[in-house]
Design a binder for this molecule. Sequence first.
Ligand SMILES: [Zn+2]
Length: 352
Amino acid sequence: MLAPFRFRVNAHGSVGSVAGESFEPETPKPGWVRLRMKAMALNHLDLWTTCGIEGVNLSLPITPGCDGAGIVESVGEGTTLPPGVELGGSVMIAPGLSCGVCASCLRGNDMLCRDYKVMGHLCDGTAATHVLVPSANLLPIPGNWDFEQAAAFPLVFLTAWEMLVHKAKLQPGETVLVWGGGSGVGSAAIQLVKFLGGRPIAVVGNQMKAMKCWELGAEHVIVRSTEDVAKKVKDLTQKRGVDIVFEHTGAATWGASVAAATRGGRIVTCGATTGRETTMDLRTLFAKQLTILGSYMGRREHLWTLLDHVRRNPTNPPFRPVLDRVFDLMEYPQAQVHLEGGEGFGKVVCRM
Ligand SMILES: [Zn+2]
């Protein structure tokens, strides 16, 4: 077993510029537990936390990492554990922390809480051997998933579910253009669109990723290096365009997203990995009667919904996390660089 160890962002720098250090794990306070971590998964938020975000003042030092899975090692005094979770048992982490008592939290919209914090971004995260987390953020690991798969599941599936089901309100038979089909959230979205009866059209950077999107259930795949995405969408939809555009890439793709959406279509976005500023002809917005929807994470409750769908058919679940590459925790800085490179397909994970 590893001696207690964690990665820290002491000052913002380039991707991978995190420092490893040993530390003394704290005793969990009431309502919290301590996990001995077995795996953590990276998200683009790890890179933002490391490099800093213009206009956002993060409190440093901080341990990055939003997603993780491990074993309940210690439980705070008087703490109740969620159903299916026990001391010594295996769990995965719901990455969003909220106050639990404000109007948004009481309505179940915890991601709208003014105190909402994603682990590894506004509070210490999962790139560590030991992690403190509220008991309410624990979920049992479904079926026969290993720790790496469990760690790779919560953030991207919760994000994609919120975007498709609760923001864009996907209806059976609708077409959905999924940018970055090879990314963690893109590979989740393709599977969820299919599960919800929609028709996913994935966009990827190369042929290798295209093959994998087919395997995940994409109805069509567009390789953006060789095809004009908006034009190809029109060809594939008899000039109609798609009902929903699943955006998370931002500046580089926004124009094509607007062009690819059908009249009355919805563009739902949760990210801006290629740039955060773009322009838009407002005449297009109203003339095409488009709806633009912003989304960030999702209700913690819906992770339990997703879990139920997996548990109903554990040997052949309707969706599952796609793993790109598993690093050792000690290689977390290299894992960040690998994620930024964008050559992989699916989630980048570190194993403890
Ligand atoms: Zn709240």
